[in-house]
Design a binder for this molecule. Structure first.
Ligand code: SF4
Length: 556
């Protein structure tokens, strides 16, 4: 029988499981084509499948390898918050109670990891027995080893032991209290003195980063071989989870890691994806380009995940064109220099113009700019400046197809803007851009405002969202469903506006206060204060803008 797994080329050798190997299911809460295109999922699966002491089966929403009758471990890789709905459905399909507290010794230990759970796992805390915070390279092996030491024990003993591993978070061992059912969080405490009061996420510091462990034509990115070139980003734009959550910025060694990895991958495919939050900032990126420009790689199609605007050189553009890529995406956030300074995006409109000119000079035919509305401090004038910048590019670089992709600012846990709410004006601003750009022949691709609102809710959610998430999945996936569930649960949790739109005081206990990331909260507060003072200095220079000052003063 044909299965989705038949088309796979493995780049590692799975181990033959030993006699009493631990039956394990490793799931991705979406379809196979999506899950298998996640480098994080691929790498964790290969790590698990390389261990003879585990018997691992993969599970997706549309297919699975033969599943064990009674798994002992059930893992999920969560890379998109709204996939939580599929986690709940998969748990049900495996006859595992949704909530950790309802599980017994006969049920598997449900563990999860990934960026979403590392930033703020609290809305999902009740669904997991074990959450892995941060990089999995070392942590995953430690989890399995620690589990083996308590394999025969009862569930409470197992969880208490696992809680001793640095980076492992056992939500059920922490008690959250509230000033009132729908009020602020009063405290988050471990249930006793044997459990660590805080947990710090794990940071892997090796110079070899992740590479694909499987290549398949069934991936969403067909036959792609993925190589992680950098991890994190040194720019630290104030809203950016990809930077703040994974700091410090780390790079894979070109000579000893990237080049050998690329050669291994290109034995089985001719499509290469260079991944990372800011790939072109690798200090030896030029060397990598020179390597890929050798004649033996002429037929290789190269895609680059993220390009910093002021690293778009004619050489980069030529390399991409040579390797079958016609367009490039740069994140500019706004056309307003003032707003970019507030968010610490070290970029000017002149540099954007130059990047567009370089892209065309190198032979690229399209440029996609990525922007954001509702950035704290934004005024209608900033929108005008974005429009003016796009007009200027169109005039200065005729023939280059321009697209503006645009999202709404969403506060992300563990970033300096975590205290700032979603601006309700953002929806109208997206519409304004749409109207103006249509008439100028610039393609506009907005992201849904309603989904941004849901993302913000989950991003800043606490444990009181658990019953809400359980309800919503029966109502359908729309913002209306969330509103309906809030109405139904009124009095049991704060209103939706509190999570989504309110600016939070920096003194309030955050749902993730006990989970420590790369930077301490005091540093994030300082970075928020720097954004405020940047805005103040503009005011002193005569800009009539009180918006950010008012917003941030409230938050401080
Ligand atoms: S440059 Fe991009 S990846 Fe880096 S911090 Fe800014 S938004 Fe994030």
């Amino acid at each position: 029988m044909n299965s989705i797994f038949d088309a796979e080329h493995l780049l590692f050798t799975p181990a033959a499981p030993i006699a009493d190997a631990i039956p394990t299911v490793f799931a991705f809460p979406n379809e196979y084509s999506v899950g298998i295109t996640s480098l994080g999922y691929q790498v964790v699966w290969a790590m698990l499948a390389s261990r003879p002491d585990l018997q691992v089966s993969r599970l997706f929403t549309d297919g699975a390898e033969p599943l064990p009758h009674q798994p002992e471990l059930l893992g999920f890789s969560l890379s998109w918050e709204l996939d939580y709905v599929n986690i709940l459905s998969l748990l049900e399909s495996l006859h595992v109670p949704l909530r950790s507290t309802d599980r017994t010794n006969h049920h598997p230990l449900v563990f999860g990891g990934g960026a979403v759970l590392t930033a703020n796992p609290e809305p999902f805390a009740a669904f997991f027995d074990v959450i892995l915070l941060g990089d999995g390279e070392e942590l995953l092996g430690e989890l399995i080893d620690a589990y083996k030491a308590v394999r025969g024990g009862d569930r409470p003993t197992q969880l208490r032991q696992l809680a001793q591993v640095p980076g492992i978070y056992i939500p059920s061992l922490y008690e959250v209290t509230y000033a009132s059912p729908d009020g602020a969080i009063a405290s988050i405490q471990p249930i006793d003195a044997d459990i660590p009061a805080t947990i710090t996420k794990r940071t892997y510091r090796g110079n070899t980063l992740s590479t694909s462990t499987v290549v398949t034509e069934k991936a969403a990115w067909e036959n792609i071989y993925m190589v992680e070139v950098v991890r994190s980003c040194p720019e630290m734009c104030r809203f950016c989870l990809a930077s703040y959550l994974t700091l410090p910025f780390r790079t894979a060694s070109v000579e000893s890691s990237l080049i050998p990895a690329i050669e291994r991958g290109l034995h089985v495919t001719d499509r290469l994806g260079l991944l990372g939050a800011s790939v072109t900032q690798h200090p030896e990126f030029e060397t990598l380009l020179d390597h890929l420009n050798q004649p033996q790689f002429d037929s290789v199609r190269v895609s680059i995940a993220s390009v910093r605007t002021n690293t778009v050189t004619p050489k980069l553009a030529q390399t991409l064109v040579k390797h079958d890529t016609r367009s490039i995406t740069i994140a500019v956030e706004s056309g307003s220099d003032r707003l970019r300074q507030i968010i610490n995006k070290k970029l000017t409109n002149d540099e954007i113009l130059q990047a567009a000119a370089n892209a065309k000079a190198g032979g690229l035919s399209a440029l996609k700019l990525y922007g954001m509305v509702g950035i704290p401090g934004e005024t209608p004038d900033d929108l005008e400046q974005t429009l003016a910048m796009l007009r200027q590019i169109k005039q200065a670089v005729p023939g280059l197809r321009l697209t503006l992709g645009c999202s709404t600012f969403v506060p992300k846990a563990q970033t300096p803007f975590q205290w700032m709410g979603v601006n309700p004006q953002a929806e109208k601003r997206l519409q304004t851009l749409q109207k103006q750009l249509r008439s100028q022949g610039i393609e506009f691709r907005p992201e849904s405002y309603n989904w941004s609102v849901i993302q913000a809710l989950i991003s800043r959610g606490d444990r009181r969202l658990t019953p809400l998430l359980e309800l919503v999945r029966h109502y359908g996936d729309s913002l209306g469903s969330y509103r309906r569930a809030f109405k139904e649960l009124r009095g049991q949790l704060p209103p939706m506006d509190f999570y989504v739109h309110s600016n939070w005081a920096t003194t309030q206990v955050l749902p993730w206060s006990h989970l420590h990331s790369a930077l301490p909260q005091t540093t994030l507060e300082k970075h928020l204060a720097m954004a405020l003072s940047t805005n103040e200095s503009f005011k002193e220079k005569g800009h009539d803008d009180r918006a950010l000052a008012n917003e941030l003063e409230h938050a401080m």
